[in-house]
Design a protein around this ligand. Structure first.
Ligand SMILES: [Zn+2]
Length: 425
């Protein structure tokens, strides 16, 4: 299972791009018109749904950034900075229970997972890589001369992302050669980073996609050399599409105006009665202890009046695959979702916003927006050739992988993509 972060549905068919590896896979396998993501369409919840087949309501990863009412602290799934794990059964759990191995490289939400014997989670700090990467694998890679001591630096700086992805591929080639797993999870990030920094149609994003295709080609060559190309099934997909940023609403600056937040002279938050956790094209909004009873109603009205913004109350959470808010839940009391082109930030002051990286494109919006859809290609052993699927739910990926792996994933919220599988009726 290869996740090319930010691989939107339109890219694979763009005639101006030379993508021999991805198109080669698509030509001998199955593809979807569009992979419809879960909500919010951001990396950490999406990757969690991809390996569980369930929505955030069940797996608990409700955003890249969320808030814990109990501790009064921001919860960063982003960068796997929180110890809060996945609350649903994963593909790797199922395989482990059957005595089979998973290898996972830079896959989100794998910090501290004990059922993945070869695991390098996705972090932005070298210290976390050193602490949580599987020790034998890490040592082997270092002894083969691979610069794992740079994983954190290359992961943290977008311009160095191609080096991180190269290192991830080299780690995969090593694992495939010495301890071939039943399931290999790979996550490449450069295409996402370069779209954020330069825009979806930029030469930099196009170069990133060519680079991703080259890595896929090298992976296929490796499997051919190992004599495993014919016995391997490939699932290649994006975790979400992208929208270019035309307008940003700074939600916590509105909370400051509403006197629901206080900051000191340096801009640090000193008192929170409410908080907005921005996730690009959507945000969780929390009313906290001490807030007036009418806070959520008032904010719902205020945010809904912003141009390009839908304010969503808890009565719609279930249909959107979100849990109910409450003690112990990191789900906001209110969700806001933007139209294509409109984005949210959580910076509480103009100074904080000015000091952070400027993105020109992003994601996180409602999944039905056309540009937020992702690409999906299936090929190889067990996959039917020449199949074109319509719109496919992201929740179908885990049960489809389970079917290819010969395990059951009874809790999945969508059926496997049987039309794309060989030998199924
Ligand atoms: Zn992503």
């Amino acid at each position: 299972m290869l996740s090319i972060d930010g691989l939107g549905a339109g890219y694979v068919d763009d005639p101006r791009l030379h993508l021999p590896a991805l198109r080669g896979l698509a030509a001998r396998g199955a593809r979807a018109r569009r992979l419809t993501c879960i909500f919010p369409t951001v990396t950490w919840p999406c990757h969690t749904s991809i390996v569980t087949g369930v929505s955030p309501a069940r797996h608990g990863v409700v955003g890249n950034l969320t808030f814990d009412r109990g501790t009064g602290a921001v919860v960063e799934h982003y960068g796997d900075r929180t110890e809060r794990g996945i609350e649903a059964e994963t593909l790797w759990d199922r395989l482990h229970a059957r005595g089979e191995r998973t290898a996972s490289l830079c896959w989100p939400k794998t910090r501290g997972v004990t059922t993945i014997p070869d695991n390098i989670p996705e972090f932005y700090e070298q210290e976390l890589f050193e602490r949580y990467a599987s020790r034998p694998l890490w040592t082997e890679l270092a002894s083969h001369g691979l610069p794992v001591s740079r994983y954190g630096a290359w992961s943290a700086a977008h311009p160095l992302g191609p080096m991180q992805d190269w290192l991830t591929l080299e780690a995969a080639r090593h694992v495939l050669a010495v301890r071939p797993p039943r399931l290999l999870l790979l996550h490449f990030l450069t295409l996402d980073s370069y779209q954020h920094d330069f825009g979806t149609a930029s030469p930099e994003a196009r170069w990133a996609l060519l680079q991703m295709d080259a890595l896929v080609g090298r992976l296929l060559d490796t499997l051919t050399a190992l004599g495993r190309a014919e016995t391997t099934a490939f699932m290649v997909f994006g975790d979400h599409g992208f929208a270019d940023i035309q307008r940003t609403h700074h939600l916590n600056q509105i909370l400051l105006e509403e006197r629901l937040l206080e900051v000191d002279a340096r801009g640090a938050v000193t008192r929170r009665l409410a908080w907005a956790a921005g996730n690009g094209g959507s945000a969780h909004v929390y009313a906290l202890e001490g807030a007036p009873r009418t806070t959520i109603d008032r904010l719902r009205e205020r945010f809904a009046a912003l141009p390009g913004v839908d304010a969503i109350g808890r009565e719609r959470f279930a249909e959107l695959g979100l849990p109910q808010p409450g003690p112990g839940s990191t789900q906001g009391d209110l969700m806001v979702a933007a139209e294509d082109g409109t984005f949210f930030s959580g910076h509480a002051t103009p100074e904080a916003a000015a000091a952070s990286p400027v993105y020109v494109a992003g994601h996180g919006h409602m999944p039905h927006l056309p540009r937020l859809g992702a690409a999906l290609v299936l090929a190889g052993a067990g996959v039917r050739a020449g199949v074109t699927l319509g719109d496919v739910s992201m929740l179908s990926l885990a049960p489809t992988a389970a079917r290819l792996l010969g395990v059951e994933l009874p809790g999945a919220e969508a059926p496997p993509l049987v039309e794309a599988l060989a030998g199924s009726s």
